[in-house]
Design a protein around this ligand. Sequence first.
Ligand SMILES: [Zn+2]
Length: 62
Amino acid sequence: MIAVDPRNTSRTCPECGHTAKENRPTEEKCHCLACGHTAHADTVGAISVLRAGLVRRNVNPA
Ligand SMILES: [Zn+2]
């Protein structure tokens, strides 16, 4: 189990990594202003949490 800070996950573009509150025009939609990628916010959040967990695991191997 890896704890991940969820605060910015649904604001971060899974395609290019751009993070901005403007990426989140509505509660359930994500639209990246940097690359134009669109996705459901839950999908973006899940991908971002997964990536953050993998990054942390690589930094701190058990
Ligand atoms: Zn993007």
